[in-house]
Ligand binder design. Structure first.
Ligand SMILES: [Zn+2]
Length: 55
């Protein structure tokens, strides 16, 4: 049984350069209300780029 209201969900991280949806991350909206932005490797750009949360 789930108890409480834990509003956690998956967000999609989009490469800021080529707009590919490269990663999915689980995030708690309660702990992290702001948009995620992570430096991750993009296989389409073949380098590390900024990946932002898609809305
Ligand atoms: Zn890219």
């Amino acid at each position: 049984m789930a108890k409480g209201k834990d509003i956690r969900g998956n967000v999609t991280l989009v490469c800021s350069e080529c707009k590919q949806k490269n990663y999915r991350e689980e995030k708690s909206k309660r702990n992290t209300p702001e948009r995620l932005s992570l430096n991750k490797y993009c296989k389409f750009c073949r380098k590390r780029t900024e990946h932002k949360e898609e809305k």
